[in-house]
Design a protein around this ligand. Structure first.
Ligand code: ZN
Length: 134
């Protein structure tokens, strides 16, 4: 079951500059950075209400977000929904023929399991499912 929106992710070219802007201009509460090795990105997280804004900077040309940055110069990349059981959710999606970008969930930020759904399934919106493990 989908519980809520966990975060909206934005791809940026220079995460340190953007962190400053989000803090100093928008006044959002910064909760730290984390490198997610599985996704080859550096992330920065801001809390707003009970959801987050996640900034993503690609780490190298083979990062999954590197193409997005090159082609579009950054911008809104995906919406992440928190689910209570990612494996159960995948079963439902597969039964509905939704194409999933990876065979199995991978490790996400802050001890979570994540999986991405093919953007074609939802009007070109990339959707991430997140299950928090703690
Ligand atoms: Zn995300």
């Amino acid at each position: 079951m989908i519980k809520k929106i966990d975060h909206i992710a934005i791809v940026v070219e220079n995460i340190d500059e953007e962190i400053k802007k989000y803090q100093e201009i928008l006044g959002l509460s910064f909760s730290g950075t984390e490198v997610v090795a599985d996704q080859k990105v550096k992330t920065a997280l801001f809390d707003i209400g009970d959801l987050h804004i996640e900034l993503l900077e690609p780490l190298g040309d083979d990062s999954p977000v590197s193409n997005f940055l090159t082609k579009r110069g950054g911008g809104i990349h995906h919406i992440a929904y928190e689910v209570d059981d990612i494996h159960e959710q995948l079963k439902i999606l597969r039964a509905d023929q939704v194409s999933i970008l990876s065979e199995k969930p991978t490790r996400g930020r802050n001890d979570s399991l994540v999986v991405f759904l093919h953007p074609k399934a939802f009007s070109n919106v990339l959707i991430e499912l997140v299950e928090k493990l703690k």
